[in-house]
Design a binder for this molecule. Sequence first.
Ligand code: HEM
Length: 214
Amino acid sequence: MAGRDTTSAVMTWLFYLFSRYSDVEHEVLKELGFVIGDSDEKLSQYEILKELRFLKACICESMRLYPPVAWDSKHAIADDVLPDGVSVRAGDRVTYFPYGMGRMENLWGNDRFDFKPDRWISEMEQGRIKTLKNICPYKFPVFQAGQRVCLGKELAFIQMKYIVVSILKRFKIRPVSSDRPVFVPLLTAHMAGGLKVFVQERRDCSRTEYRSTA
Ligand code: HEM
């Protein structure tokens, strides 16, 4: 479940966001054209997938707004004092809330409700992303932080990139309904009813479009 429900929930929200922000989807296609082109061989190479920095920024931004683990709790086995001075008694439950934190103005600014992958970019070089920001996991705890951080975090990014690229290269995904989807924050958060979509094959002309603009 750790690696399956979480990553599939991210994919659902990401494809929904791409359909609403077609300019962002277009940027991802440009990056794919530049880094991978038409090569199926490159698509399965770890080092090549790591180069897809704008796509990583999109995945992070999607998880900021729709974290697959929306909240998570721990129970104190003994009386303790948290680093900020708050006392915890044995048996108390302490919950952190990535969904709420991803929407806090003092953490993300007054455009916090907007899907803006650019907020993850640190440095550009010759029109391409050189580095992404190293955001502290205590500010963005979608994978937890500290000693109990998700062991599959890096694998999750590679797996999600591989899936997005494989689909986006060949198909255009658009929701059937224009209704706003509902976020269901159960153990693993998901979209109520899933995302029903139209799938349209990208014709050669649209594939040429992303290559030529790269
Ligand atoms: C977007 C994808 C993922 C998210 C958001 C995510 C999130 C998390 C979170 C929040 C925890 C901490 C749970 C806790 O506090 O007890 C965790 C733990 C863990 N995750 Fe993930 N996870 C993802 C993908 C994966 C994948 C792909 C794998 C393995 C293939 C994986 C393996 C694990 C394991 C083994 C732990 C337990 C670590 C420990 O307690 O020492 N996760 N994950």
